[in-house]
Ligand binder design. Structure first.
Ligand code: SF4
Ligand code: SF4
Ligand code: SF4
Length: 188
């Protein structure tokens, strides 16, 4: 197992001075408070995968697949490190290596998907395609390397076939719960 497709990022990964400006506005870091979930932490993990200092595991893969591509880390990076492009290439390498984790990518329930193609039309990253199954029916398939977890397909799907894993404080239920908690604090 190698991560040679990350070789072209080696010098850029070395430019990162680990200052930590990148994680101040990172939603994932705010949810977990783990350094390894911050943009800086992800870059260190990817550097470790590239050099072989870190073994790829499900846990490491999950960190790489947790990102909403808001690009706030890149906006605040004093060294202009291309965090999200590096993440996408790392995702491709991990998928090739057999790591099929969910993270913050959209998930299709094939039993519910009608194959209408609405998600394909709305996805700006071209992560979604329709694939023909053995029974001839078409089902939506999401490329986890390309999916940025924007949620547009989730809202657009007329069948309600797409969702995002709970735990990132972005689902309708989680947001409602946050609002209720906030109102509870305000109202005493
Ligand atoms: S692009 Fe990803 S890593 Fe960067 S701040 Fe946003 S969620 Fe965090
Ligand atoms: S929009 Fe929903 S029902 Fe239509 S193809 Fe996509 S996932 Fe399937
Ligand atoms: S969550 Fe956004 S990027 Fe991912 S498949 Fe849906 S529309 Fe595309």
């Amino acid at each position: 197992m190698d991560f040679n497709n990350l070789k072209s990022w080696e010098s850029e990964l070395n430019i990162c001075i680990r200052c930590g400006y990148c994680y101040e506005n990172c939603h994932i870091f705010k949810v977990t408070n783990w350094e390894s979930d911050s943009p800086r932490g992800k870059l260190i993990l990817i550097y470790g995968l590239l050099t072989g200092a870190i073994e790829p595991t499900e846990e490491v893969a999950l960190k790489i697949f947790e990102c909403f591509y808001c690009r706030q880390c890149e906006d605040s990076c004093s060294a202009n490190v291309s965090v999200t492009e590096i993440l996408t290439d790392a995702r491709e390498a991990l998928i090739d290596a057999g790591f099929d984790v969910e993270g913050t990518t959209a998930l299709v329930d094939e039993d519910v998907c009608s194959g209408c193609g609405v998600c394909v039309a709305v996805c700006k990253t071209e992560a979604t395609t329709l694939k023909e199954e053995e029974d001839g029916k078409k089902k939506s398939h999401i490329d986890k390397a390309k999916c940025e977890g924007c949620g547009v397909c989730i809202v657009a799907c007329p069948s309600g076939a797409i969702k995002l894993k709970e735990g990132y404080k972005v689902s309708q239920e989680e947001l409602l719960s946050e609002i209720r908690n906030l109102l509870g604090v305000i109202n005493g």
